[in-house]
Design a binder for this molecule. Structure first.
Ligand code: IVH
Length: 676
């Protein structure tokens, strides 16, 4: 069959599959028998396996592993299900430990960690009320999941009732559901890997279908527990094991970097003999008191990390080297490689990082290379096989212009005192390549979070000149969209709804969304806390106001010279200011208020000077915010308290505060307040 016909045939089968999925999952009205459906699935899988390039067009796993989500009832998690940050080597682990010590301001204390295998499956939350399993929720987006209780109940080793005298009234056990490697052998024909198979099985509408696929699980953590009965993670694991839960037998308690490394090596060597896939180890601070103090950043706990196993590798050839322009103007070279399967995923791009990396490894078009893929990150080039290099190959010359044609530059970094390795285009929205990426960032989950308006749709709308700047999103030409392939009445209705909903955005998300370099989610929150309202924030747009305001930002946690310079640069650019103003007109931006828990510092404004004996500034700040207060960056009449740490407080600040009759809190009183 010709390639063109093959693609046509493949696309039509996928279309057919989508049609029957919709009848089955959404309309509860299947037209074909299960056998016919399976046959169709089989044909698509065969096509994909024999013509790998088809997977670049579409993938059966897009439809089979994850059917439409509206078939399960949505449930809100009692506590968010966060993700883990990753470590890829010893130095990342040293960093992880250092950060924890800094945050807690611990000096010589040796912290204990649990070390647990990271099971590569599907996470779920099991909720027990008075010992009875009452809810089972999939992870979903971490905030809202799906009610998959009936499917989870088919796993016989999950306790339906806990038989013990002393159990919490409410207990949420978090676990990872998986399919054993041996069991997967029989399912190989239908799924790409055990993880997809587990996901597919858990999402079966009919629990009877789930029970046909042998799911297993390991319990690894807890969400809500009332009353709290545990002091340590290791104690939690051993207790629930006694209650009948399955916990992983390879968990250990360790307490220094050497043990971290040796445990890592030990489990890595066991890896292939285990009956389940693991993709690394999870290290968690063992003491729950410390876990609580450490808390979370936006997406992941500070007290845990996933130390990933080394990546899957494969050989391939570089067909071309292109450059990509990121939303901050960074120019990233990308190798277009001969498609190759790396650990179950077909890869056709590999990042080359930057100009220096290409020079260091002398990477050229036509080279045979070894690439590796770790987790969800873009594959990287490990090495070049020089023995296979053609005699006529030429050194790769890195372009010094952006795709938009303008000059690029490497900046001098004040913090590292070195020239940046990355070249950048500085045109912002005036470079169409950057503009497109900025729009993708704006609609992303962490920003405006517009369902149905992902990266691909932004590309599509951009190509049709439907969007150029953020405010265009709120003035879309739906008549034009209606004519596009893939856009039906329902999808347009849903898109409109999602866009309408996104207009009600909080100030911190708005600040994050506009994409000021060096202002990530955390810094955006700090700034939102400082400005409070969009009216205050827009004062930055005016040069004279801005200079004054910027002087006050430097005392905010996480906001240093780099951030201040970046904010200044951003609003010095007239296009950015105009675009921001136009966007604000379309929105209803909610004032930023830290959830007022009616805590100790409810509605109070505090400022710190000097360091504390028992905690870091970051922790002190988090405590204030958790208790309804705000941390200020400068002394003003608005301030309620100046908290003075014993270690090197600034005299000038204390004097200023005294003049303004602001109450002073000394370190010993601060500790008393916290313990009261
Ligand atoms: S602890 C705040 N422990 O990995 C998250 N997670 O990337 C704490 N996972 O969603 C997670 N084995 O599905 C933890 N021993 C383990 C785990 C584990 C697998 C999964 C889990 C989580 C994901 C985080």
């Amino acid at each position: 069959m010709k390639k063109k016909d093959l693609i046509k045939n493949y696309k039509s089968k996928i279309k057919n599959l989508k049609f029957h999925n919709d009848l089955y999952f959404n309309k509860d009205n299947p037209e074909i028998s299960d056998q016919e459906y399976d046959k169709l699935k089989r044909e698509i899988i065969d096509l994909e396996n024999s013509h790998v390039f088809l997977k670049k067009i579409d993938k059966i796993s897009n439809y089979v592993g994850a059917p439409p989500l509206n078939k399960f009832k949505k449930l809100k998690h009692l506590r968010p299900m966060l993700s883990l940050s990753n470590a890829f080597g010893k130095s990342d682990m040293i960093d992880f430990i250092k950060k924890i010590h800094n945050f807690l301001n611990l000096r010589n204390l040796n912290l204990e960690f649990t070390c647990e295998p990271k099971i590569d499956g599907i996470s779920a939350a099991l909720i027990y009320e008075k010992g009875f399993l009452t809810k089972g929720i999939s992870r979903g987006d971490g905030i809202i999941g799906e009610d998959i209780l009936e499917n989870l109940k088919t796993i016989s080793s999950i306790p339906k009732k806990i038989n013990s005298k002393k159990i919490p009234d409410l207990l949420e056990v978090r676990c990872e559901i998986y399919i054993g490697k041996k069991d997967f052998e029989n399912l190989k024909k239908d799924f790409a890997n055990p993880r997809n198979a587990a996901g597919g099985s858990l999402r079966q509408k009919n629990p009877k279908e789930t029970s046909k696929i042998p799911l297993r699980y390991f319990a690894y953590g807890f969400g809500a527990v009332e009353p709290m009965l545990f002091d340590k993670q290791s104690e939690f694991l051993s207790t629930i094991k006694n209650w009948g839960f399955t916990v992983n037998p390879h968990s250990e308690v360790i307490s220094n970097i050497d043990e971290i490394e040796s445990q890592y090596k030990k489990i890595d060597s066991l890896r292939s003999s285990l009956n389940y896939d693991i993709d690394g180890l999870v290290y968690k601070v063992n003491d729950l008191k410390f876990q609580k103090r450490l808390g979370n950043t936006s997406n992941s706990p500070r007290w845990a990390i996933a130390y990933k196993f080394s990546a899957e590798k494969a050989k391939t050839k570089i067909n071309d080297i292109i450059i990509q322009v990121g939303r901050t103007g960074a120019i990233t070279p990308v190798a277009k490689v001969e498609p190759v399967n790396v650990g179950g995923v077909v890869v056709s791009n590999a990042t080359l990082h930057n100009e220096d990396e290409i020079n260091r490894k002398d990477i050229r078009v036509g080279d045979t290379i070894l690439i590796q893929r770790a987790g969800d990150v873009i594959p990287q080039v490990v090495s070049v096989d020089l023995s296979k290099r053609s005699k006529t190959s030429n050194k790769y010359i890195f372009p010094n212009k952006c795709l938009c044609g303008s000059e690029t530059k490497k900046e001098f970094s004040k913090s590292t005192k070195k020239q940046d390795a990355v070249r950048r285009c500085f045109k912002g929205y005036d470079c169409k390549f950057i503009a497109k990426e900025k729009l993708k960032h704006l609609v992303s989950k962490e920003a405006f979070n517009i369902d149905g308006l992902g990266k691909k749709v932004i590309e599509q709308f951009w190509d049709l000149s439907l969007v150029r700047v953020p405010s265009d999103i709120f003035k879309l030409n739906y008549i034009k969209i209606q004519e596009l392939e893939g856009w039906g009445e329902l999808s347009i209705k849903n898109l409109k709804k999602a866009i309408e909903k996104s207009k009600f955005i909080t100030l911190d998300k708005f600040i994050f969304s506009i994409g000021i370099r060096h202002i990530g989610q955390e810094n955006a929150k700090v700034l939102a806390g400082f400005f409070g309202t969009i009216q205050e924030f827009t004062k930055l747009f005016d040069l004279r106001n801005r200079k004054k305001i910027l002087l006050n930002l430097s005392d905010l946690d996480g906001i240093g010279d780099t951030q201040i310079q970046s904010i200044d640069n951003f609003f010095s650019n007239n296009t950015n200011t105009r675009i921001s103003i136009d966007l604000i007109k379309e929105l209803s931006i909610k004032n930023y208020s830290v959830e007022n828990t009616g805590g100790k510092f409810s509605n109070k404004k505090l400022m710190f000077t000097g360091g504390f004996e028992n905690m870091s500034r970051s922790e002190a700040k988090e405590i204030v915010e958790k208790n309804g207060g705000k941390v200020m960056g400068s002394i003003s009449k608005k301030l309620n308290y100046l908290v003075i740490g014993n270690s090197k407080p600034t005299k000038k600040k204390i004097e200023q505060a005294k003049k303004l009759n602001i109450k002073l809190i000394l370190e010993k009183d601060w500790n008393k307040i916290l313990n009261s």
